[in-house]
Design a protein around this ligand. Structure first.
Ligand code: GRF
Length: 225
């Protein structure tokens, strides 16, 4: 008799609208997906994503950072919630609090983030406006393991999109967000199946399972001129 492989249990940390969380939830609702969302945690009780998670039957918890005397006390409370639900992989999805070295070390190699740029370019905030100001022709998003320095860490997966004439920060953000929604569940699946394995500062990819990567290049072929 065969039994389905155990699904990796995800904890998703959000601060706001939660569209990446919803994309993960949609992927996890597919029977063959190798991970499930054990809980969603927001650092603000009014984060829109909490209600969206609850509506899908996902345990949604507010751990309000303002209720704690310091950052580590707040992070210990989140860790207690994550551990109580058997979380194995923490996914930051628009979580807007800087994490302390304590939390990053506590969840080392079990903590990933999605960032709206092709890292290591455009770390930090306002990535889309900065990319447009620089006149870049290709933008994108990155899923990476979290290390102490903001927006650094071993890269799991990236997706590229074109920057189009007339783009505004909002139009570019929307195009990248569509790519984010596809990329995050792909990256989680690679980790959950063992197709992506973090070793120190690098993620090793098993090409037999992860494909050659061309499906993550959303930019069109170059036209003849
Ligand atoms: C995304 O662009 C993500 O890359 C960044 O914050 C945004 C969160 O959006 N870290 P959402 O809450 O998932 O809709």
């Amino acid at each position: 008799m065969t039994s389905a492989a155990a699904k990796r249990r995800l904890g998703v940390l959000i601060s706001g609208r939660g569209s990446n969380m919803l994309a993960l939830a949609a992927a996890a609702a597919e029977p063959g997906f190798p991970a499930e969302i054990a809980c969603v945690i927001a650092n603000k009780a009014d984060a829109a994503g909490l209600g969206l998670a609850t509506a899908r039957g996902i345990p949604a918890i507010a751990v309000a950072h303002r209720d704690y005397p310091d950052k580590v006390a707040f992070e210990q409370a989140m860790t207690a919630e994550l551990e109580a639900r058997g979380v194995e992989l923490v996914c930051l999805a628009g979580f807007m609090r800087l994490l302390s070295p304590w939390f990053i070390d506590r969840w080392r190699d079990r903590l990933i983030n999605i960032h709206p740029s092709l890292l290591p370019a455009y770390k930090g905030l306002d990535t889309h406006a900065r990319a447009l100001a620089d006149g870049v022709r290709i933008a994108g998003c990155t899923v990476h393991y979290v290390r102490a320095e903001v927006d650094t860490g071993p890269i799991v997966a990236q997706a590229a999109v074109p920057v189009l004439p007339g783009d505004t920060p909002d139009s570019l953000a929307a195009r990248i967000l569509t790519a984010e929604h596809r990329l995050y569940s792909y990256a989680v699946a690679m980790i959950a199946t063992g197709a992506a394995v973090v070793h120190g500062d690098r993620v090793d990819i098993d090409p037999a399972r992860a494909g050659d990567g061309t499906a993550r290049l959303f930019a069109p072929a170059l036209p003849a001129l």
